[in-house]
Design a protein. Structure first.
Length: 198
């Protein structure tokens, strides 16, 4: 495809077939790719604003795929489709639907039974979703937007600020974000909740 991809910390590399799914052939650098993806993501955010997203709708494979599609459909041919390849993070691709169903069932239970504070539910969902790693790429951004949609539509609260900076570039904020993710991997959600609100 001709894309000079300089992977940054915590980013999932694409295999050759996934890279061939790039729809905009004029993109040659990671910075250009980030820019096109961000424009598409902003359209996805606008799309969510006019929707009535209930707990049942949110906690579904259909919505998880639909939001990823809206975020990346103008950039990647495989947007909204579960990955078929194995990555350096995430579960085996053949288990994605099963593990996502478990997560959605758990999340529905957490919400309906107020198991955790609302912000923690959104962060727990985001963390498990990114751990499953449903898609070839964009999982971090997708899981953050899913958490924001949960906050704004399900809980009727303000979305997270995620450090108020773009996390697609190597930066001190990205390092703090990755550190918070690692803490969550070890069962401590507090740093990730704090980062999401920063």
């Amino acid at each position: 495809m001709g894309l000079n991809s300089d992977a940054i910390a915590g980013q999932t590399p694409l295999d050759e077939e996934e890279s061939e799914g790039l729809l905009i052939r004029s993109i040659t650098t990671q910075a250009e790719l980030n820019e096109f993806e961000q424009m598409n993501i902003e359209k996805a955010i606008e799309w969510t604003l006019g929707r009535n997203i209930t707990v049942e709708k949110f906690c579904s494979e259909t919505f998880v795929k639909q939001l990823h599609l809206k975020m990346f459909q103008q950039v990647w041919r495989w947007a909204g489709k579960f990955r078929l390849s194995e990555k350096n993070i995430g579960i085996r691709s053949s288990l994605i639907s099963t593990e996502l169903k478990k997560l959605n069932d758990d999340c529905s239970f957490w919400i309906n039974n107020k198991v955790y504070p609302e912000e923690e539910i959104a962060i727990r969902y985001k963390h498990r979703l990114v751990s499953i790693h449903c898609f070839s790429n964009g999982n971090g951004r997708h899981s953050r937007l899913m958490a924001d949609v949960m906050m704004t539509h399900v809980f009727k609260k303000k979305e997270f600020t995620w450090g108020s900076v773009a996390l697609a570039n190597n930066s001190e904020y990205r390092r703090l974000y990755l550190d918070a993710l690692h803490a969550a991997d070890n069962g401590n959600m507090i740093p990730l909740v704090i980062f999401a609100k920063s």
